[in-house]
Design a protein around this ligand. Sequence first.
Ligand code: UDP
Length: 340
Amino acid sequence: MAVLICGGAGYVGSHTSALLFEKNEELIIIDRMARERQNAVIGGKVYNGDLNNSEFLDKVFSENEIEAVIHLAASSLVGESMSCPLDYYNNNVVGTLRLLEAMNRYHVDKIIFSSTAAIYGNPKSVPIKESDGPSPTNPYGETKLAIERMLGWAEKAHGIKYVALRYFNVSGAHDSGEIGEDHSPETHLIPLMLQVALGQREKIVIFGDDYPTRDGSCIRDYVHVMDIAEAHYVALNKLRSDGPSGIYNIGNGEGFTVKEVIDTVSKVTGKPIPFEIGAKRAGDPAVLVASPILIRNELGWYPKRSTLLEMVESAWEWHRRHPQGFPKIDQGIQKEGNVT
Ligand code: UDP
């Protein structure tokens, strides 16, 4: 039986797919960017399509024997969600609704869901525990919270077991150096700095330096993408062994300031990273650091590549080897024949 990975051509999705492929899992990948991002997919049968399309889901579920779903297909930019909230509800909430309906129709009863620290909003205390009440400050976080709640009700009514993983700041790349972080447009701190190191960008703007932190810049909890991939695998096996549903933080438990990230990127790349101080970004809390204790106690997961140095080194390896990101389709380098 196969594991269906929704959003398997995205950043976390491609790394999670790669890990499961290495574990000899049978994979079905669906992604609405599958054609454009074929080079992000290391293995599995790939379908290009949209979760909101029930007929497409019927095709995927009827053509394959699916045991469990890993769901990472979402729109995930906070700023964009503020200006296009309805698109976020449509892509994230309606997409998941259609997926759960399909799972119910085809009697698939396990799902691992990619959630987010954005659910917490401004933390009441740090490190943030899962039991701290959710209070999202943007539509992106709201849609993820709505989905977590939908999963809870779907379990009660339809017996669909779930694990929701609330990621903090994902970073790094696969050990092969063949897949990594490639967003368009790029908005994330570490890849932006690596673009500076590659000479593609002049400088970094630090969004505020008068926060109540050790050097005035924001503190975030960075976690290696392969550790995140591993968390999905551990959660999948927990559900396979009849473990209960659960919601877990996926973080490092330690935070780093923007200036500390600049120093590390400069050290790893051997290039200066010029910066200027800009305005604070709307909705940015001073400190976001996870308590990763619950998942350690209940699923035995903990981050194995927890230093900023390891994360930046692996991200740099990918960016150095692929300064333009994944080869684009019109460059004619894509794999052939693996997208339905
Ligand atoms: N950040 C920054 N300049 C940038 C991009 C990000 O100072 O050009 C800061 C941002 O305020 C946050 C941290 O870097 O504190 C990580 O931001 P990112 O957008 O990578 O992830 P987020 O925390 O929004 O999920």
